[in-house]
Design a protein around this ligand. Structure first.
Ligand code: NAD
Length: 287
């Protein structure tokens, strides 16, 4: 109690000193209090979306989360268990290939909150045949399915979010270096991510006049359900640990911190960007 009082006093004094030293700079804290956030893509406690949801919650945002429904309800149960500590206002089924479910998600958000401030698009899919093997052998069906889920869905979520983002907003998606450079086994997902990164720019341009910002985080390799489907994730992580300036890869929570920043007023001037959260790996010329 005494210790926390001392710390609070020191913090207050430090704030006053900073204001005196730099009276023209307004000190803004990362605060998402009163912001309503939709987080898609939580599958389990390793999901990057879970790292993001935790950091948005910590910053004060109200949360709605979606899960990919399956017949036996196993994903729903898993996601409900994982998100229990942050007690989201809404937990909704949303397969982005199902237009009715997408529409129902945003209807529920509109009915509950009236307005939306943040959308986290943190999902992707590619059939096994699209990850590894010859790129030229990927079937039409696998190609279309992957791009529909991983790429088209961003613009489609934005379409429904736009009328609810009446006070501006922030949309953040997740991408990977494999959308810019050739990474072993990433194949089809590389094309999906290239399209996703370009979608970010076109959406940022379209939605900017409404003060809706759209950005992507390009995360370094993290062991998750999705990344385990890409062959060699452990080798990728070991490679990054050896080569990246920080000599390690990143965590879900570090990605979550950057997402919280991008959704906050601290990032009010940033849109249409791909921000690398990869321990610096992307800058290295020789691996
Ligand atoms: N893990 C990494 O190394 C890494 C690196 C960079 C970018 N990313 C990206 O991060 C995002 C999240 O992936 P993750 O690594 O946390 O894995 P994850 O498996 O935890 O998350 C992927 C999510 O996509 C969802 N999904 C798949 N098909 C869907 C559909 N039709 N409708 C709705 N949801 C669907 C899954 O239910 C799951 O929640 C993905 O876009 C991924 O490409 C991951």
């Amino acid at each position: 109690m005494v210790l926390s009082l001392i710390i609070a006093t020191i913090m207050e004094q430090w704030g006053l000193i900073q204001q005196k030293l730099c009276p023209f700079v307004k000190i803004i804290m990362l605060d998402l209090t009163g912001k309503n956030a939709l987080v898609t893509g939580i599958a389990n406690n390793r999901s990057i979306a879970w790292g993001i949801a935790q950091q948005l919650h910590k910053a004060g945002a109200n949360l709605a989360v979606t899960y990919l429904p399956d017949e036996k309800g196993r994903f729903e149960k898993k996601v409900r268990d994982v998100v229990e500590p942050i007690n989201p206002s809404l937990i909704l089924p949303c397969n982005v290939q199902n237009e009715d479910q997408v529409e129902a998600t945003f209807k529920a958000i509109g009915d509950t909150w009236g307005k939306l401030d943040i959308v986290i698009h943190c999902l992707a899919f590619a059939d096994k045949e699209g990850l590894g093997g010859d790129f030229s052998s990927i079937s039409r069906e696998a190609f279309s399915q992957s791009l529909e889920i991983s790429t088209f869905s961003l613009g489609n979520l934005a379409k429904y979010a736009k009328p609810l983002m009446t006070e501006g907003g922030s949309i953040v998606t997740l991408t990977y270096l494999g959308g810019v450079k050739v990474i072993p086994n990433y194949n089809l997902m590389g094309v999906a991510k290239a399209g996703l990164e370009m979608s970010v720019r076109y959406l940022a341009s379209e939605l900017g006049p409404d003060q809706i910002r759209v950005n992507a985080i390009s995360a370094g390799p993290i062991r998750t359900l999705a990344s385990s489907a890409v062959g060699g994730i452990l080798e990728m992580i070991r490679h990054v640990e050896a080569v990246a300036p920080l000599k390690r890869t990143v965590t879900q929570l570090e990605v979550g911190n950057t997402a919280a920043f991008l959704c906050s007023d601290l990032a009010s001037g940033i849109t249409g960007q791909v921000i690398y959260v990869d321990a610096g790996y992307e800058i290295m010329g020789m691996g």
